[in-house]
Ligand binder design. Structure first.
Ligand SMILES: CC(C)(COP(=O)(O)OP(=O)(O)OC[C@H]1O[C@@H](n2cnc3c(N)ncnc32)[C@H](O)[C@@H]1OP(=O)(O)O)[C@@H](O)C(=O)NCCC(=O)NCCS
Length: 157
């Protein structure tokens, strides 16, 4: 099914909240998710399917020349279809065009799906943040992708 990626608006919040709550043991609160729409350093993107439903969202921060993936999630019934990759590539490539030189993120050590996606795009492990996550308690892996290490595909051009 053809998909498109666009910047999110307030009207997307119910679907963003539903995806967040279906995806994480400690989801961001509705207020925190809504506040990101007003956060000048944040960029919310959603991936929309041909039928108009939102299947995924990503939240990236852009500060100075540095990007941070704050959050990404795909609706559980839409995983493994390439949506996470399309969404993250779109968000990262947009920031690279605006002068971003490096991206960071934190991910649970056990999150093999997310780590697989990040490694495919060029992220490398750079540090461990002990006890970063709760419910369940777990260390965070800090990953970094410098622009020169990003695995361009060009399939979105
Ligand atoms: C992580 C997540 C965003 C990936 O999105 P997705 O749409 O399912 O992933 P894609 O189909 O785009 O897969 C892209 C790449 O990710 C990796 N990947 C995806 N699913 C995987 C799995 N089950 N096991 C290992 N690697 C996997 C692969 O490298 C894959 O590339 P390939 O298909 O060429 O092998 C999605 O699983 C998700 O929403 N998880 C729950 C929320 C979450 O953990 N977010 C990350 C917080 S840091």
């Amino acid at each position: 099914m053809p998909v498109s990626v666009r910047r999110a608006g307030r009207e997307d919040l119910p679907e963003i909240i539903a995806i967040e709550e279906a995806s994480f043991s400690v989801p961001w609160s509705h207020q925190a998710l809504a506040a990101e729409l007003e956060n000048r350093t944040a960029r919310y993107y959603v991936l929309e399917r041909e039928d108009g439903t939102v299947a995924a969202y990503a939240d990236v921060w852009f500060i100075a020349d540095e990007g941070q993936l704050a959050n990404i999630a795909v609706r559980p019934d839409c995983r493994g279809l390439g949506y996470g990759e399309i969404l993250l590539r779109t968000a990262m490539e947009a920031l690279f065009e605006e002068g971003c030189t490096t991206f960071f993120l934190e991910v649970r050590q056990s999150n093999v799906q997310a780590k697989g996606l990040y490694r495919k795009l060029g992220y490398e492990d750079v540090a461990v943040r002990k006890g970063y996550y709760t419910q369940p308690d777990e260390d965070a892996c800090i990953m970094n992708c410098k622009k020169e290490n990003y695995q361009w595909l060009g399939h979105l051009e």
